[in-house]
Write a protein that binds this ligand. Structure first.
Ligand code: SF4
Length: 138
């Protein structure tokens, strides 16, 4: 008999599920293990960059400070995108490891707000993987 548990590989979009409202409540937040690119405005909203600093400082210098503090992995000068640092296991550093919930939900970056509907390697689909509590509840 075929298992009802769908195996998802975050890096292979063909294994992703069609997104629907409410799916996030059952998920182990696989999307929060993917590389996260943000803009300076997101960093201001997250409280990692001061509004005055954002308006007056060169983004490259801001990036150096954030890299030193291990808050970002790198900065792309051409696109002006910052890649956020992740934990050793690949989780976003804002993800609560046990509950698999975002700890900065109200301030989360635009990329997170737009995923998976418009901002996604496969728009409309996501790397859904059932959270253990959802599996136990059957
Ligand atoms: S900021 Fe929040 S929603 Fe965005 S990847 Fe991190 S934990 Fe997930």
């Amino acid at each position: 008999m075929r298992s009802s548990i769908q195996i998802v590989d975050v890096d292979r979009v063909e294994t992703w599920s069609r997104y629907r409202a409410g799916l996030c409540d059952l998920c182990q937040a696989n999307c929060c293990t993917m590389p996260l690119e943000v803009r300076l405005s997101d960093l201001v909203r997250l409280g990692l960059v001061d509004g005055f600093e954002a308006a007056h400082e060169d983004p490259g210098r801001i990036a150096k400070r954030l890299q030193k503090a291990r808050l970002i992995e790198r900065y792309h000068t051409k696109t002006e995108l910052f890649t956020m640092a992740r934990r050793a296991d690949g989780d976003c550093s804002f993800l609560q490891p046990q509950t698999r919930r975002c700890t900065v939900y109200a301030q989360r970056p635009d990329t997170c707000r737009q995923h998976p509907v418009s901002k996604s390697p496969r728009p409309g689909y996501c790397a859904f993987g059932a959270h253990m509590s959802a599996i136990r509840a059957g």
